[in-house]
Design a binder for this molecule. Structure first.
Ligand code: NDP
Length: 315
């Protein structure tokens, strides 16, 4: 362990839209925030290509560039941005709370904003990684528009997949749903909606062998799990909707979570069950999962932290 713990007012864990927005507000409120970026600085948007639905970018922008803009804005007001990873948190005593960084360094923080995000689950095949952002996506709301008038596929059979397929059906000529069992897991209402959408075709008992395409997606090879037979679909967009995983492992047993591991906040605020610890962005939101909503709750978290520290008399 390194020698002296560092004492700070406000620590932000995670560097997606929620983390950076919290940093912008916290820095402007003179909380002198330190932001720990995690292993994927910029978060999920750095693995997307174009972003066209973020207000203020009238002509659209690229996900990685947008996150560079967020970062530059946070830096402009004096945020201390560090490429570092939180390996343990201790909320059992304090505030200040003890945060272990990269297994060796200790930070003691009066307020902590958790913005560690969520990660889409992936199938784990090589072609999916290679074509990610080039036809492969885990967010129909973000990327569906690029495929209007085209044929696309959605993998998954839960509520998310059903929602994504329904959303895409309004933009696209045809939507295939690739479902690994002979039934869907989604709620009855969502299944009903899918069944009643003429341009959605469900392919049951099937898995994806390979997503095809050199530079961009131009098809997918599927295997029927019952017969072993292979088939090909001609699609230009390939959406993975097999669930998300909130990045909350280090908070297990320390912050209240729902059954899926998303942090619980007091409705209408970003307060967790631990005083002085706030949660913003996808880590506490399995419903909206948009950059703009993450940024919105990042702003809320900084304001909540600022008011909390003021009430505590921390200057
Ligand atoms: P779920 O875990 O509910 O569903 C995941 C789906 O992906 C399942 O159909 C599963 O198949 C399939 N799947 C998982 N791994 C693979 C794989 N490797 N290959 C192919 N298919 C795979 O996740 P969701 O994101 O859909 O939903 C998460 C939670 O959020 C749920 O509680 C859901 O109800 C809720 N939700 C609610 C919404 C709403 O109310 N509007 C909207 C979206 C989500 P299988 O069924 O065979 O296990």
């Amino acid at each position: 362990m390194s020698s002296e713990p560092e004492r700070i007012k406000c620590l932000i864990i995670g560097s997606g839209p929620a983390g950076y927005t919290a940093a912008i507000y916290a820095a402007r409120a003179d909380l002198k925030p330190v932001i720990l970026t995690g292993l994927q600085p910029g978060g999920q948007l750095t693995i997307t290509t174009e972003v066209e639905n973020y207000p203020g970018y009238a002509k659209g922008t690229m996900g990685p560039e947008m996150m560079e803009d967020f970062k530059a804005q946070a830096e402009r007001f004096g945020t201390d941005i560090r490429f570092a990873y939180v390996t343990a948190v201790d909320f059992s005593s304090g505030p200040p709370y003890k945060i272990t960084v990269d297994e060796t360094k200790i930070i003691m923080a009066d307020a902590v904003i958790v913005a560690t995000g969520a990660s889409a689950k992936w199938l784990g095949i090589e072609s999916e990684q290679r074509l990610n952002g080039f036809g492969v996506s885990a967010c129909a709301t973000c990327d569906g528009y690029f495929f209007r008038g085209q044929e696309v596929a959605v993998v998954g059979a839960g509520d998310t997949a059903a929602e994504e397929a329904t959303y895409l059906s309004k933009l696209c000529k045809k939507v295939y749903m690739i479902i690994r069992r002979d039934e869907m897991r989604a709620s009855k209402a969502m299944v009903h909606r899918v069944e009643n959408t003429p341009n959605i075709e469900r392919i049951f008992n099937s898995e994806t062998v390979e997503i095809l395409g050199e530079k961009t997606v131009n098809g997918a090879r599927l295997k029927n799990l019952k017969t072993g037979e292979e088939s090909k679909i001609d699609v230009t967009g390939f959406f993975i909707a097999i669930g998300h995983k909130p990045n909350t492992e280090i908070f297990a047993g320390k912050l209240d979570m729902d059954a899926n591991g998303y942090l619980k906040v007091i409705p209408g605020s970003t307060r967790t069950n631990v005083e002085g610890v706030f949660a913003a962005g996808d880590v506490a939101d399995h419903i909206y999962r948009q950059a703009i909503t993450a940024a919105g709750t990042g702003c809320m978290a900084a304001i909540d932290a600022e008011r909390y520290l003021a009430a505590k008399g921390v200057h």
